[in-house]
Structure formats: C-alpha cells, structure tokens
Design a protein around this ligand. Sequence first.
Ligand SMILES: [Zn+2]
Length: 175
Amino acid sequence: MTDKTELERILEYGISGVPQIKADEKRVWLGEFRERVILGLTMEQAVMVEAFSVVKRFLKDPKSEILIVNNNIPMDIVRNYMVLAREMDKEYKSMATDAKDAMGLVIVSRSAVQYENVLVDIEPIPDKFKNLTNKDLCGDCYDELVELNPDIAKEYKRIGFFGKLIGIPCNSCEK
Ligand SMILES: [Zn+2]
C-alpha cells in the first residue's frame, strides 16, 4: 500500500518519464490524471458565484479528497474556495499554470474513480438574487430560486410566518 502511494506520488509530480499523452491530460486537469477527477470547472465557470454551491455539493462525494484551484483565479474567489475546503475537511491546493486549456478548478480523488461525467453546466441566477445584503426571501422569490438552482437556494432563507408577522421584507423584491 505504501509502495503504491509512493509510486503514485512520483507519477503525480511527473518526476519519472511520464508519457506525453499523460502530460497533456495533466495540463488540463491541473496536474492530475483524468481518471481521478470528480469535478472539473472551466475558468469561466470557476469564477461564477453560482459555482460555489456546485463545488460544495461535489466535495460531499466521499471519494473527493483534494480541491485544486488554478492560480489565475482572483484571490477573493480563491479565498472562498480555501475556506470551503477547510470546512469540509478536504485538502486544498493551488496550481500555477499558464496553459490556455487548463481547468479553473478540479476536485479529485487520490486514486482512480473513473467518473464519466465530470463537467457540469452552471446556470447563472438572475441579478436580483445577487449581492443581497441578507438571504431573506419571500415565498415567491424563494420558490423561483429553488426552481432555477436548488443548490444556491439552500444558501437563502424563506421568510416564515413569524418573519412575515414582524414585517421582515424580501431582500430581493422588497415586498
Ligand atoms: Zn420576494
């Protein structure tokens, strides 16, 4: 078991003669083999606010062990991913690369998982749900968001009976 880990480590850092095809593969997946990848986000996706909850969901996969972020991602976004990795007890790494085809973020296992679908679509949510000072939403807005993106909706709160009673306004439509 120890031997295998040592071998894997060598392969992972490309110290030994890794075939070119593997080098190409690793360039794309931020230094990892495709067979270990659980989720891959492009640079464009990784900087979307909507990506955060997607990453969180994939980190819940028991096989996910390391969150790797492309170091071209702005620091304020990187910081959120670092905190998330720590909260979820996963290893965090950043990868220095200038490869045009490199992913923006990947979640990997330390061993082969052979997942077929590791790319996802991330639907942008409407502006009215962005940059809110708090996460209280009226029933209508909340339902709309659940419909659009259940992952994101989890970060918001539906104003309940008591909230309505004391007049907490919806942070989105302000009703
Ligand atoms: Zn509302």
